[in-house]
Design a binder for this molecule. Structure first.
Ligand SMILES: Cc1ncc(C[n+]2csc(CCOP(=O)(O)OP(=O)(O)O)c2C)c(N)n1
Ligand code: SF4
Length: 286
């Protein structure tokens, strides 16, 4: 049986009270409850406070360049599609620097889970506005307040027909654990955008600000159907006095790996290379 302890306990560099701690807790719980052992799991990340998360659990990890949590995740998944692959990233890392990778991997639909610590700020570089910062938010750089239109990750993902789109809140660990479990179990690209208060640099979107607003969609009793793309898009626009949490949209469709014939006989990593064939190939190209 897999337990949370199998994922170890490490000292972190995060500020006391940061929302990242709860995301780490939820992720470890989700992996343990799904019975995934550390050797079956790969976490990839980019650069940021959030992207340090893979350093704080015992499993396979790859820490890449800023905005590049997804490329190594896809590469590893293709080499070994039996691995549970999760890309862990921040709103700046994923929707800013890594925006292009986000768009095109949603389209490719690899069977991986993307967890975005969405604190609406650049935490590691000490508090500049990010693509999801609220208009009007003042920072040391945006001294007159943010004036760019914020990127709405859920609407964007739904518009691209992403296979699984969800939102969690770092202040609701049990709900977030269930969401991460669903995302991992979903076959296809699954987005978990997590509202993550940055206690040091985002003085607007605090734990209490969120707690007054967030609600679990599944508890509304209005028969919300995550299979309805138009309704999901409408719901993704709700932001202000009430902020929905839960699974917004699900669309089962073939994954990137399903299209690759070469994977049908098993993972690429277990294929034995035939040196003769390698030489033949090299001769053709050199
Ligand atoms: C190519 C490149 N550009 C810029 C940076 C500087 N940089 C490091 S982290 C970061 C933003 C991180 O923000 P986010 O992804 O929201 O993560 P957080 O620290 O808030 O968790 C930036 C701009 C970098 N390391 N590399
Ligand atoms: S700067 Fe913000 S996001 Fe980074 S560890 Fe501190 S509280 Fe967390």
């Amino acid at each position: 049986m897999v337990s949370v302890d199998d994922y170890g306990e490490f000292e972190t560099e995060w500020c006391p009270g940061c929302g990242n701690f709860m995301i780490l807790k939820a992720l470890k719980r989700a992996l343990a409850e799904l019975g995934r052992s550390p050797d079956e799991v790969l976490l990839t990340s980019g650069i940021g406070q959030s992207s340090k998360l893979p350093h704080y659990l015992k499993c396979n990890l790859f820490n890449g360049l800023h905005g590049r949590s997804l490329p190594p995740a896809i590469g590893a998944k293709v080499a070994n599609h039996e691995l549970t692959v999760l890309a862990v990233t921040g709103d700046g890392d994923c929707y800013g620097e890594g925006g292009n990778h986000f768009l095109h991997n949603v389209r490719r639909n690899p069977n991986i889970t993307l967890i975005v610590h969405d604190n609406q700020i650049y935490g590691l570089t000490k508090g500049q506005a990010s693509p999801t910062s609220e208009p009007g938010m003042k920072t040391k750089v945006q001294t007159h307040g943010v004036f760019n239109t914020p990127l709405n990750p859920l609407s964007l993902a739904i518009s691209l027909d992403c296979s699984f789109v969800s939102r969690g809140f770092a202040g609701d660990v049990s709900h977030l654990t269930e969401l991460i479990k669903k995302a991992i179990q979903h076959k296809g690209f699954s987005l978990v955008d997590v509202l993550q208060p940055c206690v040091s640099f985002n003085k607007l979107n605090t734990f209490s600000w969120y707690s007054e607003r967030v609600y679990r969609m599944e508890e509304e009793g209005d028969g919300y159907d995550p299979g309805d793309r138009v309704k999901a898009f409408e719901r993704s626009l709700e932001w202000g006095e009430r902020i929905p949490l839960g699974v917004f949209y699900v669309n089962e469709k073939p994954t990137f790996e399903d299209h690759l014939d070469v994977l049908r006989s098993g993972p690429l990593v277990s294929n034995k290379a035939d040196p003769k064939k390698v030489d033949e190939l090299l001769d053709r190209f050199i």
